[in-house]
Every structure is written in C-alpha cells, then in structure tokens.
Design a protein around this ligand. Structure first.
Ligand SMILES: Nc1ncnc2c1ncn2[C@@H]1O[C@H](COP(=O)(O)OP(=O)(O)OP(=O)(O)O)[C@@H](O)[C@H]1O
Length: 460
C-alpha cells in the first residue's frame, strides 16, 4: 500500500512485540515510535547491508536498544533488520527525485565541497595566520519541521568524513548535552550515540555522567532558565552572543574545528512575527552564519531573504539561503512527550539510565555557605535569593563565576554543572543537595531559575 506523504506502508503498527525481520530496499526508511509504556524498549540488529540513524551508521550484528524514541533508520544500499519489541512502525520508500532525505544528503555533499575548498585554501594573512573558516549553517523553520534531526544528521555525516563539526543549540526548550533551559555547543569529533533517545544530544554523553560507551563530548553551556525565548528576549539575545563568543574562541583555537562545519539548531520561530525574524537575524550575525537552511516555510524564506540579501558575513561572504521541504516522517511530539523528555533528562543527569546507573553525591551544607540568585518573575537581572523549602526538587545551576561578581556577570557566565535540591531543613538552616560530582561548591554562585520545573521527587 502506498499513501501520499508516507511512502510505502507496511501495516505492522499493531504493537508487534515478536521478533521480526524487515528487509529494506535501497533508499527505504524504517520509521518507528517506541511508546513510553514500553520500558524495555525495542531492540534492532542489522543483519546485513548498511543502515544509519540520522547520519550515524549502525554496526553489523550489534544489538541496539531504543527506548522512548521516535525516529527512523535509513538505508542507502539496502539492508535486513531484526527487530524485537513493541512499537508502531512503517516503511517509507523514498523517491530519489522528491525525497527530503535525499535533499539533506545532497546538502551534506555541498557542505563537504565547501569544507574541502576551505581546507585547501592558504592561510589568510592579516587574520592572525588563520586558515579560512568552514561553513556556518543555521537551521531554522516552524515547529516540528525536523530542525534538530537535520542538525544532528549534518553533524554526524561531517564527523564521518573526518571533520570535527561544532554543533550549537540556541533553543532553550531542549538541552544539547545539557539540561533543558540551557543553550550550548560542543565539538562532535567522534561518533554519535545512535541508541540514545535524542540520537547523541542527550546528557548521557557528557563527562558528568561517568563512563560512557560512546566517547563523551564537552559542551559549553549557558543558562536561560525559562522555556520560551519570548519569556526573556534580552537575556536570550545576550546568551546567544555569549555562546557565539565561546564558539569563536574554540574555532580560533583548533584549526581542525575551524575548517569544519558549525551547525546551529534554532527554536521554532514564527515567520509572521517580525520580532522572531529579528532573533534569527541576531543568530546569523553573532555566529557569522553564511548558510541559512529553512525547513518548510516559504514565509520565513521570503522574510529572511529580504533581510539578509544585502548582508555579508564579517569574513565578507554572501549569505546563501536554502529552502528545503521537511521530511514527511517528522513525528509529532506533544506537550506530554516533551515534558516527559525533560523529566528523563533531569533523572538521567543525576541517576543515569537503563544502561548506566549513576549514584549522585549527597552534600549537606549550611545556608551560610550558599550564594543563591534567582531569576525575577518577569524579565531582568538576577536577584539575590534566600534558601527556602520551595526550592526542594529544583535543579540549580552552578555558575563558573565568583560569588562576589555582579549579578549580570553571574547570569551570563558559563554553567559548570547542576545540583538538585533534595531537602531543605528550615529549622536548622541546612540544605541537602545531590551533585554528579563529589567536590564542594566553593566560591561558586548558584542560579535558581524559573524552568524546567521540578517534575520529580529526587529522593522518591
Ligand atoms: N523521517 C523521519 N521519520 C521518523 N521520525 C522522524 C523523521 N524525521 C524526524 N523524525 C522525528 O520527529 C521528531 C521531531 O523532529 P525534530 O526534533 O527534528 O523536529 P524539530 O523541528 O527540531 O522540533 P521542535 O520544533 O519541537 O524543536 C523527532 O523525534 C525525530 O527523531
């Protein structure tokens, strides 16, 4: 059966949990959704051929377990998969001329060509002997258009070609190698974690999470502490600038990173809101973006073309605007699904997951040892906060600043990590918290933000 937009449908959506073999022809994609109720997950083994999840190849005969995941496995040359466990699934058969997936891989090849040209070019004199920079690509589009998937795919494909791409995320709704509420970036110099629900972007792949099957990545993290950009536009703009400046420092310090791609994932913005388009233009400016990829929005394309047509990057390059269709397989993640993802990210940060249990350290400190700042109700700078029982179960950022720094400096400082408040003893003025590391807080200020809310009882 073939359904427009969904390709070839193999109707096995009825919660099959028995072992089954799925044969995919070249350019077919196995799309699957593992419900949260299936805590054991779905196991997949590649019996022959080749297959990849968002640009990262599966190894032959290795068993991969996917839990709470909506994703797909694509094959370019055909493959046989052995699948076991309950999920909804179907097979999409791509047409090479119209498929979004083929357009994405073509974009990868175009970027690869640009990178090759950059790597061949002689160092620019006058730019501190630095070689020219690789492509800086911003991926944008409305809600649920597959922005993060494309960002992850381009990063994985570049890494597979031997590059050291830098992936940045300026959408506070979902963390990249960090908790939700943050904006971060990291060099992906080695393989991405295919099994992890977000395909290698989750906290599982950071050093705070202890030993990892896949080499860990070291993110640069800033704390927005609210869900939506519109909740504090000036702070978001300031943090975009901070993150861009850290990214620049990394690019300038490591030649291999400099000649690789910088891929930037953005929040879902509304093309009909001029303010939203200003924010995308801010990202373009700060990260010296020279390629803007717009998924599935003619209105956004028109608006950004109008704004950026006459603009050049600080390196004097023209900004290329590329409009692509979204993949018809992008899965909907409703509020409950996203909330549950955030809850899992927090749990995983402190306690690990099915594959790796972590035991966070418990610390008991007196109120007097803590310098806590809070985001105000509305927008504006941090304010000093008293410890209170209200803080129980909140995650709190430990900032890479001094307690004596002005609030503005603290707010824009990088994040060293997070602690979780387990208990507040107001009578004895003592606070118990969990931390992934054993060291003391020392002279570090803490920021208690407004989001993500405490979803779980951390000691429960
Ligand atoms: N071709 C596909 N087949 C199956 N699932 C897909 C496909 N493409 C993307 N997905 C899944 O769809 C979901 C949404 O995709 P993604 O997160 O990339 O969208 P987004 O535009 O970044 O979303 P948001 O606007 O919420 O940030 C993810 O779970 C992703 O793995």
């Amino acid at each position: 059966m073939s359904i427009p937009g969904l390709g070839q449908i193999i109707p096995q959506a009825a919660a099959a949990s028995s072992t089954r073999t799925i044969t995919l022809q070249p350019l077919w994609e196995w799309r699957f959704q593992v419900p949260r109720s299936n805590s054991a997950g779905v196991t997949v083994r590649l019996l022959n051929g080749t297959a990849e999840r968002d640009g990262t190849s599966l190894a032959l005969n290795r068993t991969y377990t996917f839990i709470r995941t909506k994703s797909k496995l694509l094959t370019w040359y055909g493959c046989v998969l052995e699948v076991e466990g309950e999920c909804t699934e179907h097979v999409a058969k791509h047409n090479p001329h119209t498929s979004a997936e083929v357009a994405f891989v073509n974009l990868h090849f175009a970027l690869q060509e640009r990178r090759a040209a950059v790597q061949k070019a002689a160092p620019v004199t006058g730019a501190a002997g630095k070689s020219p920079q690789g492509p800086r690509v911003m991926i944008c589009g409305p809600d649920g258009t597959g922005k993060t998937t494309l960002a992850r795919t381009l990063t994985a494909l570049a890494q597979r070609m031997g590059s050291q791409p830098l992936l940045a995320n300026v959408s506070p709704e979902e963390g990249l190698l960090s908790l939700p509420g943050t904006m971060s970036a990291a060099v992906y110099g080695n393989i991405m974690d295919v099994e992890e629900p977000s395909g290698g972007l989750g906290v599982r792949n950071t050093p705070t999470s202890g030993p990892s099957a896949v080499p860990v990545k070291l993110p640069m993290v800033y704390y927005f502490g609210r869900e939506k950009v519109e909740d504090d536009v000036p702070l978001w703009r300031a943090l975009v600038s901070r993150l861009a400046s850290s990214v620049r420092a990394k690019i300038n310090a490591v030649d291999k990173v400099r000649s690789s791609d910088l891929i930037i994932d953005t929040p879902a913005f509304d093309p009909t809101k001029s303010g939203d388009m200003d924010l995308l233009a801010h990202v373009v400016n700060e990260f010296a973006v020279n390629i803007v990829v717009i998924l599935s929005s003619t209105a956004m394309e028109t608006e950004l073309e109008r704004r950026l047509a006459q603009t050049k990057t600080p390196l004097g390059e023209v900004i290329t605007i590329l409009a692509l269709d979204k993949s018809d397989g992008v899965a909907e993640r409703d509020k409950a699904w996203k909330r549950s993802d955030r809850e899992e990210a927090i749990r995983e940060y402190f306690f690990g997951d099915l594959k790796k249990t972590l035991s966070p350290f418990t610390h008991l400190v007196s109120y007097d040892e803590l310098a806590i700042f809070r985001l105000p109700e509305g927008t504006g700078p941090l304010v000093s906060a008293e410890v209170s029982a209200e803080m129980s179960n909140w995650t709190i950022a430990v900032m890479d600043a001094s307690v004596n720094d002005p609030p503005k400096t603290i707010q824009l400082a990088p994040v060293m990590g997070f602690i979780a408040v387990a208990e507040v003893d107001e009578d004895r003025r003592r606070l118990k918290f969990l931390s992934p590391v054993s060291g003391r807080l020392g002279n570090r200020p803490l920021v208690w933000a407004r989001w993500p809310e405490p979803y779980i009882n951390l000691l429960g």
